[in-house]
Write a protein that binds this ligand. Structure first.
Ligand SMILES: NC(=[NH2+])NCCC[C@H](N)C(=O)O
Ligand SMILES: [Mn+2]
Ligand SMILES: [Mn+2]
Length: 356
């Protein structure tokens, strides 16, 4: 059985429903059945590593176990309710939607005591293992997986999945944080601060339960960061020792975002598949307030979108993550709506929306 068939198709209320019923009644699954290809036959750019017709497979992963704040698991539903699927369809994409069976996966985790400093390691491992299989299956099918989080620990799964189809893929990580703590360096123990170290296979990451399924799949030179401004001391040492290419907010201030993106593409090259992992806390908290670990001094609205647009323009995007939207946080309903809207607009920008 394919990995994706294991994920349940769900109704708007989150109840698991039979696919045939879903086809008849779920408004989400209409996107499978009646693509509006008359209005826009294909995306703005030719996505050269994908098969035709260009298809985005949206994977909803309502998971919060990589960090302590409730609500980030509601991010995917809010993004979908805001109209994301229809928006992507009107950009010319064929759109599929499925929801990771996170509840079922978590039900297999009976107790989840800390392992060393790691919090909820079994939950994160179980969910990311399945997500890796889902992303790999989508990529093998010639489609683009768009994973909606959920917290950033999910990227252990998404990047591992992308790398099964595209071992040469570059990883562009847009974030206030480096998320490269290891189980040895982390202060918080929150695994959303650690996914990159597991992908690289750094010292301390060869631990159960992850080492039962996850092999190092990323090289330091495959990775570029943009937007960093809150880096733990242990992470600074790792970044320097490995020589990872980092464009902090200082670099964005100094060069401007246009130059930074030129330098990003100079570094990774212009003919390689790109996995874009976008943490919405990369943007300034005035722009995306509803997120668990906001840090002042972030990307402004245009800088944030320009990054996604510049990646889209390459035609090399093969996978996208949009994570850390937490609709339970923020001052008021307007903060939440704004953060969700920007999760949608960043996704559209990466999938080829242009201003003209
Ligand atoms: N994906 C995120 N928002 N990560 C925040 C990580 C914060 C901090 N560096 C930690 O390891 O706990
Ligand atoms: Mn972050
Ligand atoms: Mn992050």
């Amino acid at each position: 059985m394919s990995a994706l068939r294991a994920t349940a198709l769900r109704s708007l209320s989150g109840r698991a429903i039979a696919p045939r019923l879903a086809r008849a009644h779920s408004s989400r699954s209409e996107y499978f059945l009646r693509p509006l290809t008359e209005t826009a036959p294909s995306p703005t750019y030719e996505y050269k590593f994908l098969e035709q017709p260009a298809t985005v497979s949206v994977l909803s992963y309502p998971f919060s176990g990589g960090q302590p704040r409730a609500g980030v698991d509601k991010g995917p539903d809010h993004l979908v309710e805001a109209g994301l699927l229809k928006q992507l369809q009107s950009l010319g994409w064929h759109v599929e939607y499925s929801e990771g069976a996170v509840d079922q996966l978590l039900a297999t985790v009976k107790s989840d005591a800390d392992i060393g400093k790691m919090k909820q390691p079994r939950a994160v491992s179980a969910v990311t293992k399945q997500l890796a299989a889902d992303v790999a299956a989508v990529a093998q099918g010639g489609k683009l997986p768009l994973t909606l989080g959920g917290d950033h620990s999910l990227a252990v799964g998404t990047v591992a999945g992308t790398k099964r189809k595209f071992p040469d893929a570059a990883l562009v990580w847009v974030d206030a944080h480096a998320d490269i703590n290891t189980p040895l360096t982390t202060d918080s123990g929150n695994l959303h601060g650690c996914p990159v170290s597991f992908l690289l296979g750094l010292e301390g990451t060869d631990v159960a339960p992850f080492n039962e399924w996850l092999k190092p799949c990323l090289k330091p030179e495959d990775l570029v960061y943009i937007g960093l401004r809150d880096i733990d001391n242990g992470e600074k040492k790792i970044l320097k020792d490995l020589g990872v290419k980092v464009f902090t907010m200082h670099d964005v201030d100094k060069h401007g975002i246009g130059k930074v993106m030129d330098l990003v593409l100079d570094h990774i090259g212009r003919d390689r598949p790109i996995h874009l992992s976008y943490d919405v806390d990369a943007l300034d908290p005035t722009i995306t307030p509803s997120t668990g670990t906001p840090v002042r001094g972030g990307l402004n609205f245009r800088e944030g979108h320009y990054i996604a647009e510049a990646i889209a323009e390459t035609g090399n995007l093969v996978a996208l993550d949009v994570v850390e939207v937490n609709p339970s946080l923020g001052e008021d309903a307007a903060s939440v709506a704004q953060t969700v809207a920007i999760g949608c607009s960043l996704s559209r920008a990466a999938l080829g929306e242009t201003l003209l």
